[in-house]
Every structure is written in C-alpha cells, then in structure tokens.
Write a protein that binds this ligand. Structure first.
Ligand SMILES: C=C(C[SeH])C(=O)N1CCC[C@H]1C(=O)O
Ligand SMILES: [Zn+2]
Length: 601
C-alpha cells in the first residue's frame, strides 16, 4: 500500500499547491490593501482574512501530516511534503494567532505613521515630517550635529520607545508558535529556513573573514569625521557617534561620501544631481531597471505590474513606505510599493525591488510551495547583483549619467570602490548583528530588562558606533528599525551581501568581463554584464528553480560553488583594501575603537 499512498500523495499535493496559491492570493490582496492604505477598516479586513486563512491552512496541515511522506520514493514529492509539514504561526490557537497578528500590525502602523517636528522650531504645531522622504533626507544631507541628533533621538522616541511592551508580547507568542512546530524557539524556526546545519557558525566565520576590511574602512571614515566635526565630537580612537553616518540606522554610509572620499575634486560619481538635471522620474528609474533585465534576455515587467504598482508616495493617506515587492501567487499579478525619491541611493533600491519581481517571474510556473528564493538571501541578492553592474562608472557613462570623457584614472577608481564600500562593507556588521540580537532575544539570553543595553553592546562591538545621547531601558532602539517591528528576518541581507559578489563574479565570467585565471586583467569591480545574454540565461536558469532544490544546488548551477564564500567580495574590494591599509598607516590612524561606550552626559 506504500505505492498507493505515494500515488495518492502526488494527487493530494498537486491539489494542495493549487489551493494554497489561491489562499495566498487572497491573503496578499488583503495585506496589500492595508499596507498601501492604513485605515481601521483595511486593518480589520486584513486581520479577518489572516484568521480565516490560518484556519484552512491548519486543517490542510492535519491531512498533510497523515501521509507517510518520509518513505515516498520520489525525492521531489518528499521535498514538497517536507516543506508543507511546517505549519508556522498558524499552529497557535486562534486567540493567540489573532493577538500575534494584531501586535505586529500595531507595531508596523506606529512605525509607518510616525511624524516628527522640525528641528529648531519652537511652536510644535506642524509636526508632519515622515521618515520617507523628509527625515531620511535630513539624515542624509544635514551636516549639523545638533539637527542630526534631534531627528535621531525623536525618531526613536516616536517608534521604538512606543513598541517596547508590544515587542515583549510578540517574542512570547513567536516562541510559543515555534514550540508548536517542534522548534526550541523562534531563532531555530527562522534559521531552519536556510536548511544549513551550523548556519550561525558559517555566518560568524564569514564576518570574521571580512572584519579586517571593515576595521580599515571604519578607521579611515572616523578620520574624515574627526576632521569635519573635531576631537570632542569624534574622538580619534573611539567609536563613531551613530547620527553622523548619513543614515538613520548607520547601516550604510554612502550619503557621507562627499566629504569622506579619498581623492577630493575628482569627477562626481554620485549621479543624483545628473538624474535631477535630466528630469528623472520614479517611472523613468523603473523603466531603466526593466531595460537592464530585458537586455540580459530576462523577463520584462508585465502590463499588470505597471498598472498595479505604487511607485510614488500617494497623497492624503497613511501607508507603509518601506519599499517592498509583492507576489500575488497567481502567475500574473506582481507589484512593487515604493515611496520613490529621485536619487542614486534610491536607484539602487529600485533595482533591489525589481530583482525580487524578476525572481517571481522566473519561478512563476513552479508548484506554489517552491515559489520562494533558494533561500531568503538569494531573493535579496538578485537586484543587488544587477546593481553592481549598473553602478560602475562605465555603465553610468553608457546611460548618460556620467559625462563620457570622464577620466578613468586609478584615483577615480579608488573613489568608486570607496563609494561601493560605504554601501556594502559598512552594511555587513549591521546585517549580521540584527539577528544576533534577535536570536538572543528568542533564545532568552537577551532578556527584556536588557533589550537596549545588549543592542548597544552589539552595535559597539560589531559596528564600532555609539549613541549620540545616553540610552536607557526606557528606550527600545531596535524597534526604530522597520524589520524588527515588521517581523521580518534580517540575516538574509547579510547572506545577500556575501553571495551577490559570488553571483557577480560568475556572471562577469560568463559575460567575458572577468578571467579567474588572470583576475586583475579585467578587475571585478569594473565589470558590467549589461546586454550579456550568456550571463542572463545563466541567472535565469538559477532563478527558475525557486526553492525546488536545496540552495547549494542553485548556487552551484550559477557559480560552480556549493558554499557561501567571502573570497569574491574580498577580490572585488582588494584594490581598496590595499589603499586603506597604506593610507591608515601613513596617517597613523588607530585601527579599532578602544574606549567603551561612554555614558553620555
Ligand atoms: C529594500 C528593502 C526591502 Se526587502 C530592505 O529592507 N533592505 C534592502 C537592503 C537592506 C534592507 C533595509 O532597508 O534595511
Ligand atoms: Zn529585498
């Protein structure tokens, strides 16, 4: 009868995939309606659909686990059953599931609707500044430490501080759900998705390999900040004050390129001004990205995408502005929601989100259960990999955002590598510590009474930054970051920032723009795979797999490697690494940060 069970199991799974697709479509539609227009009505609607869906999913799960799928002969059918046998948070009893959904929705709304008063205004009447675009622009452009401190502190008062209790409840419910799925805690449940034993060890090892490069970048940038803001504000051997790095969370430092660039006076490589002069619009940015993908013989965005996406902040309503890409699981409806501003930084976010949509398009004919990235890091890496080609001065000249005769001298080359390092290397410790903190919280090694203190210990230890003002356990600074209140895991971005360089190296090889036998003949950081159908076909073949095979198989299909490997990233940045070591030695910079977080007065 085993044979019959497998025959029946195959028919059952085919039907289940179809039904789960329809359920997902319904649930995503309700989530989209709410996140693109935050009203009480849409919140209730979204919650009801979630509850209803969870009930059906739990019922189906009870049938799924009846099958003797572990003994099925067909490996692929076993894999589908194995994935469907993990129920997730729907395993919670109805009232707790509703509480969990409500808690996440409430925290996300607090974050999305937060408004601040302008700095220096005494009459606090028109406090209507929102994160996107107003406050982000202040953090990016202001060179006034008091103004930067104002927005840094007030944002945390308006978001994290208001979510501390909610977050504690969220953690309890997440751990209950994890246990109902036979995981020790929610950390194990989240890490399970990577199907990689000793996953935490592997990412820790990757960070250790990259840390020396980060330390050199940190020392150099601190030197420039010390020049600009003085010894009092930026001690030469201390941690960097978090509010001076051009970003609300100090997670990427590209916005302070202007006064930190190694060779000043070189040709401008921040193309934001050129975009504005050429009347770039959000639509033009998306069309530019679409054309890059089609130049690789990958899929164009379908008409429905242009019709249903929201690519500019709509007026007169509240919405979740954090950029996102949506699969409606019906093979036709794919959308991006992004409060796009015209800037170079945002052009990369556009490519990032378009990479998600391209992945959805490539695996749209997979069974529903496989409509996901080989792992969640793969999904975050697609758009960024393309953006590594787009960002090259060579490509920017090709599309007219850099003037053609601009010099191609070694100093300009270092400047470009430095700008990319401010985005990619500066990010790595942040991308790592976000879930180190959350794994600790879920495991219970970080208790509610130490949430904020432990957060700053990690921020100090891995990023070498410190808060501009005293922090206490009245604050809840992790909650000032979208992914924490939005229940979105983050180690996926750390994985992405490693593997995107492996993908880039493999694609550049296929495009004839990199020779592994002679890596310096065509430097990896100057490679642009634009219009290479060899590269595009190889990328498409991997994307089409979705999660139908364990991710090492997908990685091998494209790169020939089966492991995450920092060597591609180190190869890409090696000219900068050498320059930074030389420069820091020449100027006598201290590498690292000695002083412990000073208790700010
Ligand atoms: C753009 C997205 C949506 Se998936 C994002 O959250 N990212 C992209 C890079 C890191 C991370 C962040 O903003 O913190
Ligand atoms: Zn993403």
């Amino acid at each position: 009868e085993d044979q019959d069970a497998e025959v029946e199991g195959r028919a059952y799974m085919a039907k289940l995939n179809k039904e789960m697709g329809q359920l997902s479509n319904k649930q995503v539609k309700a989530a989209w309606a709410y996140e693109s227009n935050i009203t009480e009505y849409n919140k209730v609607l979204k919650l009801n659909v979630s509850l209803e869906t969870a009930k059906v999913v739990k019922e189906r799960w009870l049938s799924t686990i009846q099958f003797p799928w572990q003994s099925f002969k067909d490996e692929d059918l076993r894999r589908q059953f194995q994935k469907m046998s993990i129920l997730g948070t729907a395993a919670l009893p109805d009232d707790k599931y509703e509480k969990l959904e409500n808690t996440i929705t409430t925290m996300t709304s607090i974050y999305a609707e937060a408004k601040l008063c302008p700095h220096g205004e005494t009459n606090n009447t028109d406090c209507q500044l929102s994160l996107d675009p107003d406050i982000s622009e202040k953090l990016s452009k202001s060179r006034n430490p008091d103004e930067l401190k104002h927005y840094w502190v007030e944002w945390r008062n308006a978001t994290g501080r208001k979510c501390r209790q909610l977050y504690t409840e969220y953690v309890t419910l997440m751990n209950e759900a994890a246990k109902l799925n036979n995981f020790t805690d929610a950390a194990e449940y989240w890490v399970h998705d990577f199907e990689t034993k000793d996953f935490e060890k592997q990412v820790q090892k990757l960070w250790n390999e990259i840390e020396p490069l980060y330390m050199q970048l940190h020392a150099y940038v601190r030197g420039r900040l010390n020049e600009k803001y003085g010894d009092e504000m930026v001690p030469k051997q201390g941690a960097i004050p978090a509010h001076l790095l051009g970003n609300m969370w100090s997670q990427t430092w590209g916005n302070i390129y202007d006064f930190t660039a190694p060779f000043q006076g070189k040709q401008q490589i921040d193309v934001t001004e050129a975009m504005k002069q050429q009347n770039y619009t959000p639509e033009k940015m998306f069309k530019l990205s679409d054309e890059f993908f089609t130049s690789l013989n990958l899929s164009a965005m379908p008409e429905l995408f242009w019709k249903n996406s929201i690519i500019e902040r709509p007026k007169g309503r509240e919405l979740v502005c954090h950029a996102s890409a949506w699969d409606f699981y019906d093979g036709e409806d794919f959308r991006i929601k992004e409060c796009t501003v015209v800037s170079m930084e945002e052009l990369y976010t556009v490519h990032h989100e378009m990479g998600h949509i391209q992945y959805y398009l490539q695996y749209k004919d997979q069974p529903n259960v496989y409509k996901e990235g080989a792992n969640s890091g793969f999904h975050e890496a697609v758009g960024d990999t393309i953006a590594l080609s787009v960002s090259t001065p060579k490509h920017m000249r090709k599309i007219g955002l850099l003037d053609p005769q601009s010099e191609d001298d070694p100093q300009a080359d270092i400047n470009f590598l430095f700008l990319t390092a401010l985005e990619k290397i500066a990010f790595l410790p942040f991308g790592y510590l976000m879930d180190v903190w959350r794994w600790g919280v879920f495991k219970g090694t970080i208790e509610p009474k130490n949430y904020n203190c432990q957060w700053w210990n990690l921020r100090w230890r891995y990023q070498g930054i410190e808060p501009p003002v005293h922090r206490s356990e009245e604050d809840f600074d992790p909650g000032a970051k979208y992914h924490i209140v939005g229940d979105t895991p983050y180690i996926r971005y750390f994985v992405s920032f490693i593997i995107q360089f492996q993908f880039h190296r493999a694609l550049c090889e296929k495009a004839g723009q990199f020779d592994p036998q002679n890596p310096t003949s065509k430097p990896l950081h100057q490679c642009d795979i634009y219009q290479s159908t060899e590269a595009g076909n190889a990328l498409g073949a991997m994307l089409k797999m979705g999660s139908s095979k364990p991710w090492p198989d997908a990685m091998e299909a494209l790169t020939g490697q089966r492991k995450m490997d920092a060597s591609a990233l180190m190869q890409y940045f090696s000219p900068l690494y050498e320059w930074l070591k030389e420069e820091n030695k020449r100027t006598g910079e201290t590498i690292g940060w000695r002083t412990h977080p000073q208790q700010k007065r």
